[in-house]
Structure formats: C-alpha cells, structure tokens
Design a protein around this ligand. Structure first.
Ligand code: IPE
Ligand code: IPE
Ligand code: MG
Length: 240
C-alpha cells in the first residue's frame, strides 16, 4: 500500500514506548513506583507539546499484555497512577479539545480504572483537535489475532467472501480502525525493540530511539525527535 506522504512535515501520529521509569528510580535508590510517578509528568509535558506543534494523534504504550507478570504491588501502583492521571488531566482534555481513547484489552483492567476510563472517553468523545490514545493491556499479536477471529466469524456467518480478504480487511478489524498509522515511533531508554507494540500499524513508521529514560524525556527531547523526523525521507518503497 502506497501512501501519498513522502514529505516530512510534522507527524500526524506519534507513538511512544515510554520506557525506563524503573531504571530512573533505581539510579536514585527509589522505588520503581517513584519512576512511574515522574513518568506521568513526562506524559503531561509531551501531550502539551503535541498540541503546540500540531501532532494530532499521540499513542502512549502505558501497559503491555506482557506487563501483567510484574509484581502485584507495581501493577496496583500503576493502576492507581492511571486513575490519578485521569482525574488530574480530564479538565485539560476538555480545554484543549482532546479525545481520550484506549487501545488494548480494556476488559483486563481493574474495575475502578475501567470505569474512570469509560467515563472520560465518553465525556471527550466529540473532541476533535487531538486524540490521546492509551495502549493498556495492549499486545500487537493479541490485536492481530483478535482481528483474525473477527474476520473468521464474518466468513462463518456468510457475511464475508474469504477470497476478498486483503490488507484493508485486516486493518478494519484492528482495535481503532479509524486511526491513521503512526508516522513516528519513539522509544526511550535506548532499547532497540518493539516489545509487541503496534506491530501492524508501525509497518512504515520512522523510528527514533532516545537514550533518555522516560522521566527525563521532556519538551526539548520531544521537539528534537520531531525535528529529526522532519529531516527523514520516507520513500514507501519508491526510489525518490
Ligand atoms: C516503562 O518503564 C513503564 C512501563 C512499562 C509501565 P519500565 O517500568 O519498563 O522501566 P524499566 O525499563 O524497568 O527501567
Ligand atoms: C514496553 O516496555 C511496554 C511499555 C512501555 C508499557 P517494557 O519495559 O515492558 O518492555 P521490555 O520488557 O523491556 O521489552
Ligand atoms: Mg522497561
């Protein structure tokens, strides 16, 4: 599939693997949770920066399907932090006309966070300037397998001709089919892997790896990533 988008203007969609909270805290002899708390401040700053530079969609990898193996206390702390983040930021979302969405298995989350998420998603659903997408209990393979299941069910019910299945069919059955693919994928803390993030959607994204740990990734670091992106030449398989 060829996109008509070889220019490198400001990315429309930025996806971030927010990594390094634990290491940031460890360097200071603090609990991992402290790192997550400081990371929440980076989230606030980066959401603001997106508005300033005109990034329309921001997807943040906040909790993976794999992260459920972490110690119970850390998971509980992260869920509380998410709840607090939503309480603190709801006003901002309204003021800035930003819609909150979730990608991932929202049904896996504890009831109190799920309720809060659904409430804020509903309250912001008509906001049009930007979208803040939280990847929660998200796994790229889980998402693709789920799409395959939905498609198989349509075939079984006689609603879809299996010989007609193509890339568009698959894309239409992902969690948020209306969201354009990310143009830029940022990972902090220097790790060079995808960790099961947006496997389908990142197919043609530009990658930017920052050595900064997520709590140290603030507006100047984000703007630097955007600047670097602007200098990239996206060829989408062509020879231009
Ligand atoms: C990222 O920071 C936040 C989540 C995965 C929830 P980490 O908690 O992975 O921090 P490190 O990688 O251990 O430093
Ligand atoms: C990826 O970070 C998931 C999130 C940022 C939520 P991890 O820290 O869980 O990834 P790995 O385990 O180092 O690959
Ligand atoms: Mg990590």
């Amino acid at each position: 599939m060829k996109k008509d988008k070889t220019e490198s203007a400001v990315p429309e969609h930025v996806a971030i693997i927010m990594d390094g909270n634990g290491r940031w805290a460890k360097e200071r002899g603090w609990s991992r949770l402290k790192g997550h708390e400081e990371g929440a401040e980076s989230v606030r700053v980066v959401v603001d920066a997106c508005r300033k530079v005109g990034v329309k969609y921001l997807t943040l990898y906040a909790f993976s399907v794999e992260n459920w193996v972490r110690p119970k206390a850390e998971i509980a702390g992260l869920m509380k932090l998410l709840d607090k983040f939503l309480t603190d930021r709801e006003k901002d979302l309204h003021e800035n006309d930003v819609r909150l969405r979730v990608t991932g298995r929202i049904e896996d989350l504890p009831l109190f966070v799920r309720r809060k998420l659904l409430k804020v998603m509903e309250a912001t659903k008509d906001h049009k300037t930007g979208q803040l997408i939280l990847a929660l209990s998200y796994g790229g393979r889980t998402e693709i397998a789920n799409a395959a299941k939905q498609i198989a069910l349509l075939v079984k019910d006689g609603k879809l001709d299996p010989t007609k299945i193509d890339e568009t069919t698959v894309a239409e059955h992902l969690y948020l089919p209306d969201v354009p693919d990310p143009d830029l994928m940022i990972r902090t803390s220097g790790e060079m892997r995808l960790s099961n993030f947006l496997l389908w959607q990142l197919s043609y994204a530009e990658f930017y790896i920052s050595q900064k740990l997520w709590p140290d990734f603030r507006e100047p670091e984000f703007l630097e990533a955007i600047e670097e992106y602007k200098g990239r030449r996206r060829r989408f398989g062509d020879v231009k």
